[in-house]
Ligand binder design. Structure first.
Ligand code: FAD
Length: 411
């Protein structure tokens, strides 16, 4: 049996190793860490949002870059097929709000354990603490890999699934990008994505820890409204985070973040005149109370303080003392609180990597290099990324599945 080496024991590599083995190859899985799936373990806050139970067509609307590259991979393994596959490994799943799929146990470790058991059962050789230093290349063909200790491993085919650059402590430090460039693949610019955003407003740190549900985040750049979504966001000492912010971060050009105009509608369910009437009612009912109390039902106290400060209305004023103009300024801010962005946070906090091995150089059915015989790529190393909700793990599993299933017999 000819040998296949899979570099990287994350979701993409584990799936590639398993399907290559099931396709009859002799497979060795090389992982630099002391265990498999270190990043998978921390996904979904330790619960592992495995995939998203939506149709292929809808899935692709959650992939902001190079979605079309995934047509074949999702044809081979869409969300429902992955769910069946994982349940077949003995891990029952549940579908939650937003069609997000989790193990019923809510433990990512169950997914890791099931994959590792399947790999061992099928006879994949797993080598832990085995860091690949570079690819072994002769006459433009990949012949194997060189390990960090200087030894070489030869193979018919190498699948590189070394992940991106985010959360480098999990083992993904971008080794595969260097190898790809070395053999002539283009790697598009790499930047952190699904990442919190630093802000310039001095009032933001005072809101650290406040989480806002059902707010509308709007962002404009290049003279157009480009993002408007309802959801949840949070304040941190450096800026903003939470689901809405992470999604927005994936759409921004990292060089131009400071040019983006962002505002938050804190009361998106009310039209301006309805909100004005609501504020007026609160003020009338508590006419003798200070504003910080009279309007206390509207917002968390620290948030209200900020709104009053930005509206240039003293918090000590009493309800009956507020002028119509001042009330107008408060209502305007409640529906369009401006936030000034500075820059994206770094790799340590990014859920995924934007950019990667240019998909134009990869066969979308096999994940094999179009130019270098003996080489395939799978997972986050590719220039494809999804929003939060299970899309990125699905991309990793589906591309890993294709890479392992369809190893070209080119030697
Ligand atoms: C905090 C966090 C939460 C997340 N939550 C979710 C979620 O709930 N749902 C979702 O869909 N996505 C989630 N993601 C994204 C998801 O984890 C990644 O998209 C996915 O893990 C990518 O899989 P991969 O196999 O391509 O890469 P990785 O999981 O990064 O695996 C790559 C592996 O290669 C190994 N490796 C690297 N270089 C070498 C080398 N030279 N030699 C040997 N081995 C090497 C690494 O040690 C690593 O184990 C989350 C990410 C983070 C950081």
């Amino acid at each position: 049996m000819a040998r296949v080496l899979v570099v990287g024991g994350g979701p993409a590599g584990m799936m590639a190793a398993l399907t290559a083995r099931q396709s009859g190859w002799n497979v060795t899985l090389l992982e630099r860490n002391e265990k498999l799936g270190k990043k998978l373990y921390i996904t979904g806050k330790g619960r592992c949002n495995l995939t998203n139970a939506v149709s292929r067509q809808e899935f692709l609307t959650h992939v902001p870059r190079n979605a079309r590259f995934l047509y074949s991979a999702l044809d081979a393994l869409d969300s429902f097929a992955l769910m069946e596959w994982v349940e077949g490994l003995g891990v029952p799943l549940v579908v939650e709000r937003g069609q997000r799929v989790f193990p019923a146990s809510m433990k990512s470790s169950d997914i890791n354990r099931a994959f590792e058991a399947a790999l061992r059962r099928e006879g994949v050789e797993i080598r832990l603490q085995s860091r690949v230093r570079e690819l072994l290349i002769e006459n433009g063909r990949v012949l194997g890999v060189c390990m960090e200790d200087g030894s070489a491993l030869c193979a018919q085919h190498v699948i590189v699934a070394t992940g991106g650059l985010s959360y480098p402590a999990t083992g993904s430090t971008g080794d595969g990008f260097r190898w790809a460039e070395h053999v002539g693949h283009r790697v598009s610019e790499l930047s952190p994505a699904l990442v919190p955003i630093e802000t310039a407003d001095t009032w933001i740190p005072s809101l650290q820890g406040i989480s806002l549900k059902n707010v509308m985040l709007t962002a404009r750049w290049g003279g157009k409204k480009r993002f408007e979504e309802l959801g949840e966001m949070m304040f941190a000492h450096f800026g903003i985070t939470g689901p809405l912010v992470l999604k927005l971060s994936s759409l921004l050009d990292p060089q131009d973040v400071a040019k983006v105009q962002v505002s938050v509608n804190l009361k998106p369910g009310l039209r301006p005149e309805q909100l004005d009437a609501r504020v007026l009612r609160d003020l009338q009912e508590r006419a003798n109370q200070q504003l910080s109390r009279a309007l206390g039902a509207l917002l968390p106290a620290r948030m209200l303080d900020v709104v009053l400060r930005l509206a240039e209305v003293p918090a000590e004023k009493r309800g009956h003392q507020l002028t119509a103009k001042e009330r107008g300024r408060i209502v305007d801010l409640l529906q369009a609180l401006p936030i000034h962005l500075r820059q994206l946070r770094g790799w340590e906090e990014a859920v995924i990597t934007r950019g990667g091995v240019d998909v134009r150089g990869i066969d979308p059915r096999t994940m094999a290099s179009k130019t270098v015989p003996g080489l395939s790529f799978a997972g986050e190393i590719l220039d494809v990324d999804g929003f939060t909700g299970g899309f990125n793990l699905q991309i990793a599993f589906a591309t890993g599945y294709c890479a392992g299933r369809n190893i070209p017999l080119d030697r």
